[in-house]
Design a protein around this ligand. Sequence first.
Ligand code: ACM
Length: 258
Amino acid sequence: MKVGFIQTNPEFGRVKENTNNIIEKLKEIDADLIVLPELFNIGYNFKDKEELLNYAETANGETAIALQRVAREKDICIVAGIAEKDENKDIVYNSAIMVTKDKINVYRKTHLFDNEKKIFEPGNTGFNVFGYKNAKIGMMICFDWVFPEAARTLALKNCDIIAHPANLVLSYCPETMKTRAIENGVFTITCNRFGKEKGLDFIGMSQITDTKGNILYRASEDKEEIKVVEINIEEARSKSMTKNNHLFEDRRTEMYEL
Ligand code: ACM
């Protein structure tokens, strides 16, 4: 399976330009799964909920439809971060949509970071796994990386690949994602943005790891990059560490009670 990411520097509020930039690149890519940054089409640092609402869309809005057009043309799966407006209320989730030719699945960010708490609603989807071709794909978003329970929940639901759109400002996430891969025996694809926006510096360094935590590719800190690697999904199906140790069967949940 060919999987990868497009690391970009979204221009604040320029939805059409940001989306078209990605669409043109997707048209040229030979891949099965491509991950895009968190809030890939609108930027990140919104001053308040009102400003954010101007840019929020439903999970089957214009941006999703544009991505699905490419997903159909190329038979590709795209995981993209968007500001998702609730159909009926003026509330916004920091969401990832998984777009395939015939379906749009949604994950709403569970662990909001810093000022996000003032403008987004905490996610209510939980962590779910969706099939695509022969892979099981789970989504988490940026700051979810610091909570091991996020990746663990996906892994316990038989996830093979964690698709992880991000707008990282803390530099130790890429190293931590190696551990998330090892402790769960999963591939991870973190797609981060780079650049500066209203006082925030984003770190780039998008990254793909294998199930043993090896870095298959780590991007630069400051450049637009497209990267696709070939992975063998079967590597995520064996959770044996030694002939006597199994990542999940050796868990002793009775010892973890508080
Ligand atoms: C983050 O969760 N966007 C840092």
